[in-house]
Design a protein around this ligand. Sequence first.
Ligand SMILES: *[C@@H]1O[C@H](CO)[C@@H](O)[C@H](O)[C@H]1NC(C)=O
Ligand SMILES: *[C@@H]1O[C@H](CO)[C@@H](O)[C@H](O)[C@H]1NC(C)=O
Ligand SMILES: *[C@@H]1O[C@H](CO)[C@@H](O)[C@H](O)[C@H]1NC(C)=O
Length: 751
Amino acid sequence: MASKPRLKWLLLVLMVPLAAGAPSLAAGDGSCPQENIDISGGSFILTNSYSPGSILKYRCDLGYYPSIPTRRCQYGTWIPKPITKKPAECKRVTCPNPRVLENGEVFPHQPKYYVNDTTEYSCHTDYTFSGSRVRICKENGKWNGSTPICGHNSDYCADPGVPPGSSRTGNDFKIDHKVTYRCDSKLTLIGSKERVCLDGGMWSGTEPQCYAGFTYDTVEEASEGFSSSLKSSLTFQQETDNDQTGKKIALVKGGKLDIYIGLDASNSITKEDFDKAKEVIKTLIKKISYYEISPNYEILMFASDVERIVSITDFKNSGDARLQLQKALKDLDDFQYKKKGDRTGTNIGKLYTFILESMNIENQNNRTAFLETQHIIIVFTDGQFNMGGKPKPKVDLIRNLVIDNKPERENKLELYVFGVGEDVKKDDMNGLISERLEERHFFALKDLGEMQETFDSMIDDSTIVGLCGIHQTYDAKNPRRKYPWLVEISLGTLTCMGSLVTSSYILTAAHCFKENPSIQQIRIKLDKMNPVEVKRYIIPKEYDTKKKEGMGINEFYDFDIALIELTLPVKMSFNLRPICIPCTKETNGALKLTDSEGTCKKHEEMLLSKDLVDASFTSKMIDKDRTPRKIRNIIIKQGKHRDACVKDALKAEGISTTDAYQVVTKNFLCSGGTEPNQDDISCKGESGGATFVGIVSWGTKNLCTKDKIDAKSTTDSRDYHISLFSPEIQAFLKAYLGNDKTGSSLTFLPQ
Ligand SMILES: *[C@@H]1O[C@H](CO)[C@@H](O)[C@H](O)[C@H]1NC(C)=O
Ligand SMILES: *[C@@H]1O[C@H](CO)[C@@H](O)[C@H](O)[C@H]1NC(C)=O
Ligand SMILES: *[C@@H]1O[C@H](CO)[C@@H](O)[C@H](O)[C@H]1NC(C)=O
């Protein structure tokens, strides 16, 4: 995008007499000359040939950057104007000066540090080293590893260090004291200019980094930074070593999330880039849909003007979030490049004004709902803002509206900017983004391809892979994604269902193993990609079907639960993810609880406290796409309904005791009967399936036949499920899943 058009006009008037007689001007159609625009050591592309308005973008090899990023064709002249004596060149990327280390030594001493230059760091005696001892200058103009620091660690906060290329004022690290940073000339400070030593021993904000015009974030850096920051809004996982300074929770269960996405569609974007940018946004929206929360969206395109493609009010009014999401994606698809109107400017101020308008409408519609909502604004731009004045005052209005001068509401607003390409003026971004502890909100990406990769790798990021309960709810092409934990197990002549609970354990029922299959006889079907090998199976020692034979219970199914351990952990993917086990820290994420709120009791309260609890389990798989043939819906009977449900156990074959609670212990949940409605009942082969809170164990009547696999319960047909909340069952699970040597262990919460 261009610099200020007015200024350019002025320059042009002055230049015309000088340029008169140049061959391309003589053409009189405003097209630009083809001479003198080559770059030594690189190449260029044109957005619209040599025609007026076309943008020339220079390209250099990795580790090099163009001395001039772009030129724009205006009134027959390239701006900036090519200078014959000083043609564009590809220059070597440098990293910011590392010799700013205090109380230590940097080796080697060089005036400049280029890509692949290695540096080593050490501290003077009496100082403690932290950070990376060896750093290499990367092709993106950043040092690898982390800032080396030589500190005394005698103050309340640890020495915050001096990042390469910067200087720090303030050497007092006591509580409430602040330090300020600036970057060497020509470098832009990204992160926090000022940091305060907080109660709790952490510094506010994020470590500043000094970016040159050519510095960019790698896909890994951006993906990690963005997903860890966004994740705190989407999954409510609050992982931090220090509770006092931990991230604040923005959402409560059932909390609402409004996401505003602004896409720069100004002149410098070619049709191809525009289509790519739409794909990028679609990828981002799809990624977000993998999380448990379903946000509302507003999508806007901005250039000289702003166009709303999807409005947040329409999005909300539709009611059905799933359908609305599909419609939004389609509207985005249908939005044409040529529809963009006047594209000569980049009026980001107007974009924020539009967003403010939408927020005002939301606020007026329902103030209570507005205050409960978290608002995320994500802006994609490829250049500098040249119209409509400074955007910061508009952003401040948004801040005022949402945060309302209440510090505890700070986290209700998240502002992100993604800058793509080398023309992004990084300094403009400060003030448009949020500053949070350990979180990044501005990202500079090399191109749209890398942006796409950033979002693609976002959810497969190792920090997210372990999250249980993530599943797609609407992907028609990949129905497996709705049940990514679903497992079918064949054991000799029997078939059972199971659920992946960690990367190396499958949860099922103990009675599935009644024929004592050998390890080789146990066949596991997960998604199609993953053939797996069984290492062993584990049945609780308390499981003993003959235990109460003498008491008139021919078969006793207490502790009917089993774990199958795999030889190697499976690789998680969209089609393969674990289900949540209640009373684990991992489940806090799915229930949108913070680690301090998330107790076992709280899980039970949320999942299993009502008298009638809706639940479901799945029937056998369709082999072709590894999805369940049927979803079985049941109502778990508790409280005043439980007694009748349990008593029907006495009507089962082989039971002659009169004490139903001897048969159905407190480790069981109960479903079936006809009050309040008929339930689906389990058929042969469906044992072991998970209901999220229980494992399908046994039933009083077999109402299924070969032809009738979707039987409904009758008055006294009941199914019993092992409750995963039972302390005894929890102890069994914890012994194995809490101590997983091959895969990832779960963290069990105290009872
Ligand atoms: C840096 O080193 C890598 C690996 O040796 C090499 O492929 C790359 O070309 C080098 N980059 C520059 C700019 O010298
Ligand atoms: C940084 O790169 C150097 C040289 O390749 C390597 O020895 C060092 O381990 C890297 N540091 C980190 C933290 O990756
Ligand atoms: C406003 O929102 C609150 C909370 O989401 C909701 O309980 C209430 O019914 C809404 N009021 C109206 C008038 O829609």
